[in-house]
Design a protein around this ligand. Structure first.
Ligand code: SF4
Length: 300
């Protein structure tokens, strides 16, 4: 006989338990102590593809260096890329600067609060637009990031693949900020991908998936393109790091190749050129001809 419930959890009870759990278990994160739209946006963009512990190291330094949209908009791309050091996925820093310029020029320096306007800004997808609308502007909108999607899929199996519709259906009328934060927190700390801690979960008695998620390695990652077993994303990061440390004269192709890949050879030349072209397309680096050779440096 199964001890697991088979019916859909009752929404009011589910909300009560998760909100009560959050009140005593929420991590002390700096972006939860502010309603400043600039700071919340920066934290959300940082958290898009970087772990919380790494973001915590960088967040304060970044907002001390760039205190507002105005200051960020005035900075050069190279300055912003340098300040982004260690966060990975450097395109985000360039898009943030572009976004800051749009906010300064078209919105008088104030981030728009409407989801449809936020969605028009560079680097802002559905999740980030909703997160900013909720956390900075107090709007009653659902959220479904990876963590929330996982929690909802386990609590409501068989309700279809769209976590947004479930998030919308169970969204409370009040305490929406706390509710969205609580769902994310539950997914990040208890209902994790590989090893959910069902024994510590506030909704274990209501969850049809409790104790049924076998411990497994996260093998669901897409196969990434790369070289010698190392993903291109890592090489892109290495190139940016190398150019960050270089002077404004920049570096040549071979120099960069040897700096980022052991045993770099002529056979790697075409691959490196493709990587560099991608970085230039993303606005992270610039190339120029010097005599017969090409020199690369961080975008200005
Ligand atoms: Fe996730 Fe387990 Fe809690 Fe269900 S009981 S929500 S599977 S941690």
């Amino acid at each position: 006989m199964s001890l697991r419930p088979t019916v859909r959890p009752a929404t009011p009870q589910l909300r009560r338990r998760i909100l009560a759990w959050y009140q005593t278990n929420a991590r002390n994160l700096p972006w939860r102590k502010t309603k400043n739209p600039y700071r919340i946006l920066i934290s959300e963009v940082m958290l898009q593809q970087t772990q919380v512990t790494r973001v915590l190291e960088k967040y304060h330094r970044f907002i001390r260096r760039f205190t507002s949209f105005e200051v960020l908009a005035r900075a050069s791309a190279a300055e912003v890329i340098r300040a982004w050091s260690g966060m990975g996925y450097n395109n985000r820093s360039v898009r943030l600067r572009e976004l800051a310029r749009i906010v300064r020029d078209r919105f008088n320096g104030r981030l728009p609060s409407r989801v449809d306007e936020l969605l028009l800004l560079p680097g802002i997808g559905r999740y980030t637009a909703h997160a900013v609308a909720c956390f900075a502007f107090g709007q009653r909108v659902p959220l479904a990031d990876t963590n929330i999607a996982r929690v909802l899929a386990r609590l409501f199996p068989g309700e279809g693949p769209d976590p947004w519709s479930i998030a919308d259906r169970i969204l409370p009328r009040r305490h929406v900020y706390e509710w969205n934060q609580a769902l994310m927190e539950l997914g990040a700390t208890i209902c994790t991908a590989a090893r959910p801690k069902c024994t510590s979960c506030p909704v274990v008695r209501m969850c049809p998936s409790a104790f049924s998620i076998a411990a497994r390695k996260a093998t669901l990652h897409k196969k990434e393109r790369g070289r010698n077993g190392i993903p291109n994303r890592i090489y892109r990061g290495r190139i940016i790091e190398l150019l960050r440390k270089s002077n404004s004269r920049g570096r040549g192709l071979m120099d960069i190749g040897r700096g980022v890949k052991p045993n770099f050879s002529a056979a790697d030349h075409k691959w490196l050129v493709t990587l560099l072209a991608g970085l230039e397309r993303d606005g992270l680096i610039q190339s120029r001809n010097r005599g017969n050779s090409v020199v690369l440096r961080l975008a200005s």
